[in-house]
Structure formats: C-alpha cells, structure tokens
Design a protein around this ligand. Structure first.
Ligand code: PMP
Length: 308
C-alpha cells in the first residue's frame, strides 16, 4: 500500500513526522522558494517518469540565490532524495513533488539575512489541475513586478498574487486567470505560461514581462521547433490580441499543456482546440510519460519499492 514519504531536516521520513513549528519564519513572511515536479505514472512500464527533475532543481537553486536562501544540498543530492521518496511512497498514479527551500528560523522580524534555512520535499498524488480545455478571463489583479518581488524566482510570497487572481477567476465562473503586467501587457496565468498562435507563428511573452521562465514552456518551444518546424517568437502581447488570435494554450507543470478555448467571453478561433495546439499536445503527453524515445533523457524512471 502507498504511504507518502518526505525529506525533512536532512532525513527521509514518513510524511506524518515532517512537522514545522507555528513560529516558522517562512509561514509568516513568505520567505521561501519552491518547485513543482511531476511524476507521470506509466502503467505499461510500471513506473513514474519524473519530468525534467534536474532543471527544476537548477531553477530552485536560482530562486534561492535571488532570495538569499541557502540550499542545504546539491542538485545531485536533491535528485537522489526525490527518487528515494517517490520510490518508497509506492503510489501508482500521477504524483506531484514539492521541494521547498524555506526560512526555518523560529523568529520574528521581516528580513532575509541572518536566519536559518532548510529544504524539504514531499510527494503527493496529483490528478489533472485544469479541465481538458480552459475558459479564462483577464484578471483585475496585475502580475507582481520584478521591482516588487521578482517573478522569475518561484517565491512562495508571490503566490498570494496568484491566489487572488485564481480565486477571482473561479468565483466569476472561469477556470483560470490571465494576468497582465504593470504595463497592461499579457504576462501569464496564475500558475502557467501562455502561448498564442497567430498566422502560423507561436508567440509568448518575454522573460521581462514578469513571467516565471517555465520548464514546460521551454519544452514546448523545443518540440514545436524540432517536431513541427515552428519557431517561437518572444514579444509583448496585447490583451486584445488574445481575442483575435487563432489558438491559445497554457503550459505548466501542474497544468501540462491546456488549450484555452475562451477569453473574456470571446471564443478563441473556432472555440475548440486548434490544429497546432492539438499536435503539440499529443507530442507533449507522450514525451512526459516516457513514450517518446527521442526525449527519454527528460524522464527519470522511479519504480515503487517494497520496503522490508
Ligand atoms: N508561471 C507560474 C506563475 C507558475 O507558477 C508556473 C508553475 N511552476 C509556471 C508559470 C509554469 O512553469 P513550469 O512549466 O516550469 O512548471
């Protein structure tokens, strides 16, 4: 039977034993950075494929650097530990792995310096995050700016901004929010990057539009080029371009590749996922489940272990 394990204070322990104090600094001030890694279950192979795990830990290291947090372990060690907790947990469904580098000091006082840090990782079952295709609206909440909290770092505190946008979208009857940056240009979803197709070109906001530089987005850019011969243009996107584009989709570790079929009550294209989105999507889903040999190096297999 499956039972979740976590990495906590340098040890792999049953998840019930991984507990923090109510005084933990990161809980109060958002002084932590995190990642989300998918373990995609492949029933034929009897294993999870951890998708681009190393790249996620490399991004965690960069986020930590921005926030002056010290990672207690190397990227190699974090990859090893992640494999161990996924294997020991024994799930036979899609899972999500959550690493967190956080200010573990049990102290008051807003700052980053002179405080203790720790790294934890847990694994949990995680089904699809968005519906098969999403209806979106433009959020009234603007994406945080690099001059406020840098969104290229995956800082927990930033997700208060995402949560405001996501809840507004859901309570207004939409699946997901599209956030504009301070200039009023398209930035990203509450937890996803965004891609638009116009006249056969794939277009996405640039890193300076206050986005998280997504690993799923980089994957899509590469497969669009290598498999479909489509180059991606990074440029400013106006809100109204979303209304007139041919196809639109979101990418993210949680969201995978999700077609957007409606924005602000206007149908995207014909109101159904378009041909390029559909081709990218079928390539993508095969790749993340380890079914495409060419991209197998992105997938680390984790096999459930029976514990003695
Ligand atoms: N933007 C935000 C704000 C996110 O939280 C995420 C999810 N990590 C993404 C984009 C997509 O990034 P990735 O594809 O690396 O998961």
């Amino acid at each position: 039977m499956a039972s979740a394990y976590a990495y906590f204070r340098g040890n792999v322990v049953p998840i019930e034993e991984a507990k923090i104090s109510v005084m933990t600094h990161a809980l109060h001030y958002g002084t932590a950075v995190f990642e989300g890694i998918r373990g995609n279950w492949n029933a034929d192979d009897g294993c999870h494929y951890l998708f681009r795990m190393r790249e996620h830990y490399e991004r965690l290291a960069l986020s930590s650097k921005v926030m002056m947090l010290e990672m207690r372990d190397s990227v190699d060690r974090l990859c090893e530990v992640t494999l161990e907790i996924v294997e020991r947990s024994g799930f036979t469904e899609d899972v999500y792995i959550r690493p967190l580098v956080y200010t573990s000091a049990e102290q008051l006082g807003v700052r980053l310096h002179n405080l203790e840090h720790d790294t934890l990782i847990f694994v949990t079952p995680f089904p699809a995050y968005l519906p098969e295709s999403a209806r979106c609206h433009t959020s009234t909440w603007r994406r945080v700016d690099d001059t406020g909290i840098p969104p290229r770092a995956k800082v927990t505190g930033i997700y208060a901004n995402s949560a405001l946008a996501k809840t507004e979208a859901n309570l207004n009857g939409f699946d997901e929010a599209i956030m504009l940056n301070g200039d009023g240009h398209v930035s990203e979803g509450s937890g996803e990057n965004i891609f638009m197709i116009r006249r056969g070109k794939l277009i996405t906001p640039s890193p300076s539009d206050n986005i998280l530089e997504g690993i799923t987005a980089a994957t899509v850019v590469q497969i669009a080029k290598e498999e479909l011969g489509i180059e991606t243009v990074e440029r400013t996107i106006d809100r109204s371009e979303l209304y007139v584009c041919d196809e639109l989709f979101m990418t993210g570790t949680a969201a995978h590749l999700t077609p957007i079929t409606e924005v602000d009550r206007r149908a995207v294209g014909a109101g159904v996922p378009g041909p390029i989105t559909s081709k990218l999507s079928s390539l993508f889903y095969d790749i993340i489940r380890g079914k495409n040999e060419k991209y197998r190096q992105w997938c680390t297999p984790a096999r459930a272990r029976i514990l003695s």
